[in-house]
Ligand binder design. Structure first.
Ligand code: AMP
Ligand code: GLY
Length: 425
């Protein structure tokens, strides 16, 4: 069987988890990460390119004869990395710039949902402050204001009253606190209900849906405090029945993909709609044009099919030829963060206990913000540092295993949520 040379773009826990899974493929040859982290350097070779250095990456792929590149983070996708690779006849997994617009422009995605009658919160898109202010005046509170462009998960504001809304609009539209990403805002109805993450592999023609998962976006327990990149995930979800998943598949997943196709923006790669299960049925909060982080760390523990086969099928348009299987287990990931995250935090803290914590076969520890210092000490290098993942026959069992492993790991000011999975149990 010919081995493939693979490049994974990105440096988070998600990329480590994807690499961990791809490495298990009998067809996986040399594995590269750009730029990667300390964890990825133990399963592959880190190369020092920024994820957005498209030209540098293309030159590297040509020079090293890389067979397949996986474009994982949102920003290179928004810059059109897939289009640029395709122009050079290089094999790459991910959506084109136009298709990824579902994520990088909330104005585009909301208008797309409106045009095709997809279930989502009522909204308006404004670039003019006066118009935005008058929309807010005529609607009830709380109201949700979103920066249209990419904002590292920090561009969503739930405003409880007019004063807050006015201040938020002024910051985004007049003071340009988000730069160009905030040239437009989406103002929308406040929805309530449990939030879930759905993911789907697609080659643009067929698709295969993942089990439902749940992230925990706020920094504090009981969903308090500011939003983060995600503090922990569980899957599958006891609160989502097969029947509900069928409904979501029909009204949201299949229609989104077919309407994107119809509009000439065929989507290929992983699509991740974030949903709210409202009293009036599931509604789309947002689309992501990529794998979620830390959803992926949990998903890779459950995926039973060779990930490289799936990636190749998505690139080649042959996804209908393979059956994707998920283990009949539950899984979870607990994120260990630097104290202070998502605001300012220190780096360079020595991490101890990883070997001890990963002794059990059900535990896998994925690295995110980590690196080795000049003395080969493993140190913290970001806000989200590690993701401790576990599988179990039940979610309860997986969570107990993960929290047991977490106790063995330490670094100064380490912080994690103790209530991951609690809401769905
Ligand atoms: P987003 O980046 O669009 O997923 O928004 C970040 C978070 O804000 C979501 O995970 C929700 O918790 C919350 N959120 C976004 N849109 C709404 C909405 N229309 N109603 C209530 N909460 C929302
Ligand atoms: N789990 C949050 C994200 O990937 O956007």
């Amino acid at each position: 069987m010919p081995k493939q040379k693979i490049l994974i773009i990105g440096s988070g826990g998600r990329e480590h988890a994807i690499g961990w899974k791809i490495k298990q493929s009998p067809r996986c040859g040399e594995l590269y990460f750009a730029p990667g982290n300390a964890g990825t350097s133990s399963i592959g070779i880190n190369v020092d390119f920024k994820a957005v250095d498209i030209k540098g990456l293309i030159d590297f792929v040509k020079k090293e004869h890389i067979d397949v590149t996986l474009a994982i983070p949102d920003d290179p996708l928004a810059l059109g990395i897939v289009d640029e690779f395709k122009k050079e006849n290089l094999r790459i997994f991910g959506p084109t710039k136009n298709a990824a617009q579902l994520e990088w422009s909330k104005a585009f995605s909301k208008n797309f949902m409106r045009k095709h009658g997809l279930p989502t919160a009522k909204f308006d898109v404004c670039h003019d402050y006066k118009r935005a202010e008058s929309y807010v005046k005529n609607h009830s509170f709380p109201i949700v204001i979103k920066v249209s462009g990419l904002a590292l998960g920090k561009g969503v504001f739930i405003c409880g009253n007019y004063t807050e809304a006015e201040k938020t609009l002024n910051n985004i539209l007049n003071n340009k606190s988000f730069g160009e990403a905030g040239n437009e805002v989406v103002i929308e109805e406040f929805l309530t209900g449990p939030e879930i993450s759905t993911h789907v592999f697609t080659d643009g023609k067929t698709y295969s849906i993942f089990p439902p998962s749940q992230d925990h976006k706020r920094i504090g327990e009981n969903d308090e405090g500011p939003n983060t990149g995600g503090m922990g995930t569980v899957a599958p979800l006891p609160i989502v029945s097969d029947e509900l998943m069928k409904e979501i598949e029909g009204t949201i997943i299949a229609s989104t993909l077919s309407k994107m196709n119809e509009d000439g923006n065929t989507f290929s790669g992983v699509l991740y709609p974030g949903l709210m299960l409202t009293p009036n049925g599931p509604k789309i909060l947002e689309y992501n044009a990529r794998f979620g982080d830390p959803e992926t760390q949990t998903y890779m523990r459950l995926l039973d099919t060779d990930l490289l086969d799936i990636i190749d099928a998505c690139i080649d348009g042959t996804l209908d030829k393979i059956k994707i299987n998920w283990k009949k287990l539950s899984a979870c990931t607990i994120v260990l963060a630097s104290g202070g995250y998502p605001e300012s935090y220190e780096k360079g803290k020595i991490i101890s206990g990883i070997e001890n914590a990963s002794g059990d076969k059900d535990i896998v520890i994925f690295h995110a913000g980590t690196k080795y210092d000049e003395n080969r000490n493993l140190i913290t290098n970001g806000g989200r540092v590690l993701g401790v993942s576990a599988t179990g026959n039940t979610l309860k069992e997986a969570l107990a295993g993960a929290y047991e492993a977490v106790k063995k790991i330490s670094f100064e000011k380490m912080y994690y949520r103790r209530d991951i999975g609690k809401k769905v149990l």
